[in-house]
Design a binder for this molecule. Structure first.
Ligand code: UD1
Ligand code: UDP
Length: 380
């Protein structure tokens, strides 16, 4: 089969790697990079660290408003998809690259596969929630990272072509952690921190960076913590910090975004992680590092309920309190599968390749449905 695989933003490169290796054993993968992330530290370093093949197409779309970015990606993806005529297109997660890929493929009637389907924050103010809703509605096959995601889809009436396979980000941790750990001693020394005696922080959500009060709250929380904090700063956040004239205290090592292997090493050795990232919350769980989530809600409610993740929002007092008192110790059941999601995805695609629109059809007893509806629904 010929499979067009669409990536564009940092977490998508990581999610793509294990699947790409599994698919390339038997199929031809055409890798398309939309160019949503383009700095070396946001893109090139991941292709190197992950040993991902160079993209077959680089669409170079870059940063723009939501509509311009998504629209330009769709225009350029349409050309690629028309030329390649693949058997299916794969999108993952919830970025604008996901949205553009889903729309471009569906309009060309190309079977669509969504990896990391069914994630929901139930916060429609997040651009990611909108992207997920659309991608899930259009996908012909849905691969879910947790059983909760399967349930979310079922609640929305999506019950066919849905598979709980586990999280390909756990596959990536299984594959790359040994390599990452080799780098750890030199990296920690360079940053001037000791294993188990620093916190690791990331912040990049639009809801946190576009609102000066929320970003100021997070940084006030970090500044008040009497412990070193390694803080690889996303370009969006760096710009926001400068725009609002905010400061970080000297115990905060605010560095450029780091590559994947360095990030895994930093996560594994951190005493605690503070983040608003979806991927980083999951990795904290995989690695057994306590996580404070700088949001009011999360897609990963199971990790909160099990006790390894705490929602602290952006209030400095809650952040400081979490840093002092949050000490999870209970078991970590395998919510995210067994680290072999990519092989499962490849096997399912092989055994039952998706067909466009295969699960989208009238309900069986359509006449009964019309009668029942006529009786129940009246004019206001
Ligand atoms: C995007 C995704 C988000 C994901 C995140 C992963 C959307 C709507 N959001 O958010 O779901 O969690 O990626 O990191 O798709 N910039 C640079 N260099 C780069 C990339 C971005 O300077 O290489 C700056 C630009 O000023 C840009 C801003 O960061 O406007 C935001 O980038 P964008 O890709 O729009 O959104 P992210 O916040 O990265
Ligand atoms: N990551 C990284 N370097 C960084 C920050 C994050 O390699 O400086 C990795 C992180 O380990 C995880 C992924 O990027 O695998 C998460 O991406 P991000 O936080 O940008 O997006 P999200 O997961 O929230 O969509």
């Amino acid at each position: 089969m010929k499979i067009v695989s669409i990536v564009g933003a940092r977490p998508e490169f990581i999610q793509a790697a294990p699947v790409s290796f599994a698919l390339r054993r038997t199929h031809r993968e055409v890798l398309v990079h939309t160019g949503q992330h383009y700095d070396d530290s946001m893109s090139r370093v991941f292709f190197e660290d992950l040993e991902l093949p160079a993209p077959d197409y680089h669409l170079g779309v870059g940063s723009r408003s939501h509509a311009r970015q998504t629209g330009e990606m769709m225009i350029r993806l349409e050309e690629v998809l028309r030329k390649e005529r693949p058997d299916m297109a794969i999108v993952r997660g919830d970025t604008n690259s996901t949205l553009a890929g889903a729309l471009a493929a569906a309009k060309l009637q190309i079977p669509l596969v969504h990896i990391e389907a069914g994630e929901r924050s139930f916060n429609k103010f997040m651009p990611e929630e909108i992207n997920r809703l659309v991608a899930d509605r259009l996908a012909d096959l849905h691969f879910c990272i947790t059983r909760l995601a399967v349930r979310h889809l079922a609640r929305e009436g999506i019950t066919e072509g849905v598979f709980f396979v586990g999280d390909v980000m756990l596959d990536a941790v299984r594959i790359y952690l040994p390599r990452a750990m080799e780098r750890a001693p030199a990296l920690l020394e360079r940053l001037g921190v000791e294993s188990g005696r620093y916190l690791l922080a990331t912040v990049h959500r639009a809801g946190n960076t576009d609102d000066p009060r929320r970003l100021a709250g997070i940084l006030a929380g970090f500044n008040s913590i009497p412990e070193p904090i390694v803080f690889p700063v996303h370009p969006r956040t760096r710009q926001a910090i400068a725009r609002y004239g905010l400061q970080t205290a000297p115990h905060i090592r605010a560095v450029e975004p780091v590559g994947y292997l360095d990030m895994l090493a930093l996560e594994a050795h951190a005493r605690m992680i503070l983040t608003d990232s979806g991927g980083v919350q999951r990795e904290a769980y995989f690695l057994g590092v306590p996580c404070l989530t700088l949001r009011e809600e999360t897609e990963l409610m199971e990790t909160v309920e099990i006790g390894w993740n705490r929602l602290v929002g952006t209030d400095p007092r809650r952040i400081l309190e979490g840093r002092h008192f949050f000490r999870p110790a209970g078991p970590r059941p395998p919510l995210f599968g067994d680290g072999h999601a990519a092989e499962r995805i490849a096997a399912i695609l092989e055994q039952a390749p998706p067909r466009f629109g295969q699960h989208y059809r009238r309900p069986g007893s359509f006449v009964a449905l019309i009668r029942a509806t006529a009786e129940q629904i009246s004019l206001p």
